[in-house]
Design a protein around this ligand. Structure first.
Ligand code: PLP
Length: 380
């Protein structure tokens, strides 16, 4: 078969933007690419205790739902997980197959003629795709720039009965956070405003019971739609939305990614619940992650002499150039450290970077070795 995509591929290659699926990571490398923030996947203890518990139990949850959620004949695992989440967050929960499904489904479903959606410029691709799918009017505001957002709200408030403002609690590429308390204040000024917060990188790692940055800041009840994902700190798969009962009902009637896709395997859903119950009390891991993150951020700033925007476990080393990001990542790999170069279109041109993603399974000595490796890489 002959597909004429070679020009496009050559262009990507020339711009150092050609992606490829990497081989399995060689033994002995220290991994800074994953989102296993609490080290749950790396340690494997919760997986073992889950499997032991299963062996003692009569009847194993199925490996497939064999239908979409609306048609699934067995609902126990889904309902149990949703009830757990609803109790924890204090509002109803709806499961989705992944964070990508949750954002594309919810954002597109929220789009209608009476609604304007305003999203932060650094929003994840799943949010952007949801905006495009929804086909309604949307605007983007410069990252974390509340003055620009306010100007949009002042200009548009009369035209729309609802204005959804979409932010991420912790941004996936810069590792900084949205000004959630100020956004909640803004809601009081603009009654049309609704707040949508994606907690993909906050769930598990922030808040006294790991519910995310909204819990830490005490603003959970002010958020109109909260998205959490299980594929990162929870070391599982899937996602959820927390919202009012009415909005939940609206979403399960309109979110196409919910309606038209096979539901998650019940076995995985049961595992997610097992993890969530344990995650509540992982404050030691949360504290360790915080200290490791601070250590790497300070070390990176010391070596490069540049300020790093991160306030979390995601630490970007912004090289500002694709080829340089690829070259530095390759040098780090030779020194035993796995970290991915992040290029356009994932980040804007001129902000290309290497993204270090930390885990409570890392040790301070590994962070110090990484800082030394960054220094060797940078100085040569
Ligand atoms: C902010 C944000 N939202 C959603 C997602 C998608 O989540 P999932 O991997 O569960 O599809 C990601 C994934 O990286 C993300 O960073």
């Amino acid at each position: 078969m002959h597909d004429d995509y070679s020009r496009a591929l050559r262009a990507l290659q020339t711009e150092s933007r050609l992606r490829a699926i990497p081989p399995s990571m060689p033994e002995g490398m220290i991994d800074f690419t994953g989102n296993d923030y609490l080290g749950i996947a790396a340690r494997g203890e919760l997986q073992s205790s889950f499997l032991e518990h299963l062996a003692e139990q009569a009847g194993t949850p199925a490996l497939t739902s064999a239908a979409s959620r609306l048609l699934a004949v067995k609902q126990e695992e889904y309902s149990e997980l949703e009830q757990y989440l609803a109790l924890a967050y204090g509002s109803p929960a709806l499961l989705f197959n992944s964070g990508y499904h949750a954002n594309t489904g919810c954002v597109s479903a929220l789009s209608d003629a009476d609604t304007l959606i305003v999203a932060d410029k650094l929003s994840h691709a799943s949010i952007i795709d949801g905006l495009r799918l929804g086909g309604s009017r949307f605007k983007r505001f410069p990252h974390n720039d509340l003055n620009s957002l306010r100007r949009v709200l002042e200009r548009e408030a009369k035209e729309y009965s609802r204005i959804w403002v979409i932010v991420e609690s912790i941004y996936s590429m810069d590792g900084d956070s949205a000004p959630l308390s100020e956004l909640v204040e803004m809601k009081r000024e603009f009654p049309q405003m609704r707040l949508y917060v994606d907690e993909a990188h906050g769930l598990g790692v922030r808040g006294t019971t790991g519910l995310g940055l909204c819990e830490e800041l005490g603003v959970l009840s002010d958020v109109d739609l909260l998205i959490g994902t299980f594929g990162k700190a929870c070391a599982s798969i899937g996602a959820f939305a927390i919202c009012s009962e009415e909005l939940r009902s609206y979403l399960l009637n309109t979110a196409r990614s919910f309606i038209f896709s096979t539901a998650l395997p019940p076995l995985n859903v049961a595992y997610t619940l097992h993890v969530l119950k344990a995650m509540r009390s992982m404050n030691e891991e949360r504290m360790k992650l915080r200290n490791l993150s601070q250590r790497l951020k300070e070390g990176l700033e010391r070596v490069t002499g540049k300020c790093c925007p991160s306030t979390s476990q995601i630490i970007p080393w912004i090289t500002g150039d694709s080829a340089l990001a690829v070259e530095y990542a390759s040098r780090l790999r030779k020194l035993g450290f796995m970290a991915m170069p992040i290029r356009r279109p994932t980040v804007a041109a001129g902000t290309e970077r290497i993204r270090f993603s930390l885990s409570a399974a890392h040790e301070p000595a590994q962070i110090d070795s990484l800082i030394n490796a960054i220094a060797t890489t940078y100085e040569n």
